[in-house]
Write a protein that binds this ligand. Structure first.
Ligand code: NAG
Ligand code: NAG
Ligand code: NAG
Ligand code: NAG
Ligand code: NAG
Length: 337
């Protein structure tokens, strides 16, 4: 009886093993030495290249080298037919598939899509879905029910806007891409496709904001509407950045600083100071109380002067201006540079 049970057990083991026929035996020590010695260095080269590639849209040469290395690593591990080696091959395949969604034309295309969504002036269907929501469930619903809209936009895009191979890759991997676009990555490591796609959404806003910023600086004389538009877009950008783990504190503070500086440059206080300078008003003579050493009284005196020379608005603006000075002269030199 015991013999029978043992036999059945043995058969079961054999059956299980044979249904698992695609799997490989554990590597022999010779095979291990082979895959560490031969494939290890190629894999390390690939890992280093991946790690040192900071831009999602690197030079084509880098993308080509990455693709080549992926092929080489897969071939190398695949040629050693034992379990650990095949595992390594599969791990690398997974990473390399991710690379194609992270570097090159695909992220460039995703960014282009976000730009179209923001502009909504060409593809009408983009208006119908909440693609930009920071609520991941809402965003997932948008990308799921708006699938045919997204495809239509990509299909109608021009070659120079979106590479055809990238469009095809997005078609093939749409569900996976939707996962990457709509999974909250804030609690995970800030790496991989997911945080990158969240950042691409902000990069579109950032590009627009930067161009407005340099326009404001270059023109020097800005209308209230221009300034209000710039400040509003800055708030949209800051909101977006706060949902991305890939922006540094410095990058976020820079937006804040530019907003404060723009407000300052166009403030009633600065207009008043310009007036005082241009009209060569001798303020110390006219307002002896400015010499007062008491901070509180000195401030009252400045306010009186501003109000009399330029109106209440300028006086009310004094505190905000002082805050800006403290900010700019404080420990923020690394932001301002
Ligand atoms: C990537 O490179 C940096 C420095 O160059 C290093 O600190 C980091 O550990 C590397 N990451 C990986 C995954 O190798
Ligand atoms: C790409 O590969 C070529 C040939 O192996 C090499 O000469 C070149 O330096 C590589 N470029 C980069 C950016 O890694
Ligand atoms: C877009 O193009 C792909 C491939 O060419 C095709 O399979 C798909 O049906 C097209 N989608 C739309 C909405 O035209
Ligand atoms: C700035 O623009 C306003 C209105 O656009 C104009 O009245 C004013 O003269 C301009 N100032 C300078 C210094 O160019
Ligand atoms: C500025 O930095 C200095 C040293 O770097 C520090 O002692 C000081 O407290 C800082 N001031 C503020 C307002 O953070």
């Amino acid at each position: 009886m015991l013999k029978l049970i043992f036999l059945i057990f043995l058969c079961l083991l054999l059956i299980i093993h044979s249904t698992n026929g695609a799997s490989f035996r554990l590597c022999s020590s010779e095979q291990l030495t082979q895959f560490v010695g031969r494939c290890g260095p190629i894999e390390r080269e690939l890992v280093d290249l991946r790690n040192s590639t900071e831009d999602y849209y690197p030079k084509p040469e880098i993308v080509n080298n990455m693709t080549d290395l992926c092929q080489k690593v897969a071939n190398c591990y695949g040629s050693i037919k034992c379990a650990e080696s095949i595992d390594k091959m599969n791990q690398n395949k997974f990473q390399c598939d991710e690379d194609r969604l992270m570097f090159g034309e695909v992220p460039e295309c995703i960014k282009w899509l976000f730009k179209e969504i923001y502009m909504v002036d060409y593809y009408d269907c983009l208006k119908d879905y909440d693609f930009l929501s920071y609520n991941m469930e809402t965003k997932r619903k948008a990308f799921t029910s708006g699938k045919s809209c997204v495809f239509q936009v990509f299909n109608e895009s021009q070659l120079f806007e979106c590479d055809r191979d990238a469009v095809e890759l997005i078609h093939k991997n749409y569900d996976l891409i939707v996962d990457y676009l709509t999974t909250d990555s804030s609690k995970k490591l800030c790496r991989g496709v997911n945080p990158l796609y969240q950042k691409l959404q902000c990069e579109v806003i950032k590009d627009k904001w930067l161009s407005m910023d340099s326009e404001l600086i270059n023109s020097g004389n800005n209308t209230q509407e221009e300034i209000a538009g710039f400040l509003e877009l800055g708030n949209v950008l800051k909101e977006c950045m706060s949902h991305s783990c890939l922006y540094t504190k410095k990058e976020k503070s820079y937006v804040d600083y530019r907003q404060k500086e723009t407000k300052f440059r166009n403030s009633p206080f600065v207009k008043c100071a310009t007036k005082i300078y241009e009209k060569k008003i001798n303020t110390y003579e006219k307002y002896p109380c400015l010499k007062n050493q008491e901070p509180k009284e000195k401030t009252e005196c400045k306010k009186l002067m501003l109000e009399e020379l330029c109106g209440k608005e300028a006086a009310d603006n004094l505190e905000e201006t002082q805050e800006f000075f403290e900010f700019a002269l404080g420990n923020n030199t690394e932001i301002i540079q």
